[in-house]
Design a binder for this molecule. Sequence first.
Ligand code: FMN
Length: 347
Amino acid sequence: MPHMLARAALPLLRRMDAERAHLVALRALRLGLAGAGAAPDSPRLAVQALGQHFTNPLGLAAGFDKDAVALRGLARLGFGFIEAGTVTPRPQPGNPRPRIFRLPADGAVINRLGFNNAGLAAFVRHLATAPRGVPLGANVGLNRDGADAERDYPALVAAVAPHVAYVVVNVSSPNTPGLRDLQAAPRLAGILAAIRRRVPVAPPLLVKLAPDLAAGDLPGIVAACLDTGVAGLVVSNTTLARPAGLRGRHAGEGGGLSGAPLFAPATAMLAEVARLAAGRLTLIGVGGVADGRQALAKLRAGASLVQIYTGFALHGPALLPRLKRELLAAMDAAGFATITDAIGSGL
Ligand SMILES: Cc1cc2nc3c(=O)[nH]c(=O)nc-3n(C[C@H](O)[C@H](O)[C@H](O)COP(=O)(O)O)c2cc1C
């Protein structure tokens, strides 16, 4: 029934302003009105990564549940893991609305939310009481005003660490001025070292990268991560690029583009990062996944885990059972018995 409810509600949600639709969906998930309770996963989809067991490699990307308020409902939909956040130290309203735009003809979204969230104290309160059905990650970022990266990231990691399976240092949102500059290798190394000093024993730490980095920046970033004991990378965040051929009438809006047009560049960057890391980092592949073949492509490019945001926002909860069916079929076609066989096998 709840799946049917979600299906019935989808056309209605699609006619609403994108942010209002998101808030309605989040409330339904919070109240347990969406999501039928997923069927058990095929053992072939299981994967071991970041010291955790995942019953399937398909996770919800950061930004959907910024305040960690709907984790129970989201876990019931069949995600293999959920990344909550981005959370910033203090609450902040984000940019003026409208700030999320659908580009349905392109299978894409543009957002310039700007880390709207209820702040670290509320986030930790919610995490502390969250169900442990699936592994949880926390994605942390900086306030727009008054931020100090070397002070704030360590404090954020220290606060969320007791409650999650992994933590993502977000230095790649395009909607917080100056944030992406923190990806410069020396800067990043300083921040990661500060986190290590403050939180010597923490869950695995990952860094989320922008797809707009130059290829020449990647070796330094990978080296900085390896030097500071980072466990992995999330590749990638949204892009500021506007690939030729976008048809949506909102294509000219400012902000980060996600969804189908991001698939090729984000997967190419993932493959390059995998080559540089040579098995020393755990990679989460994200960007433009909306079918099982695309999920398999991320795994083959080197990801151990895959995340989805825009595909889920556009297709609703029915996406997950379909993705799992298609992923198994794509594995059959390629001759992979398990997810582990596919990881890093090449495109
Ligand atoms: C509306 C929206 C909000 C997002 N908010 C965040 C965020 O708070 N933190 C973050 O790291 N990524 C955020 N993202 C980026 C996603 O986590 C993901 O990296 C990106 O959308 C690419 O995946 P996709 O093509 O499956 O959407 C957001 C994306 C969207 C569409």
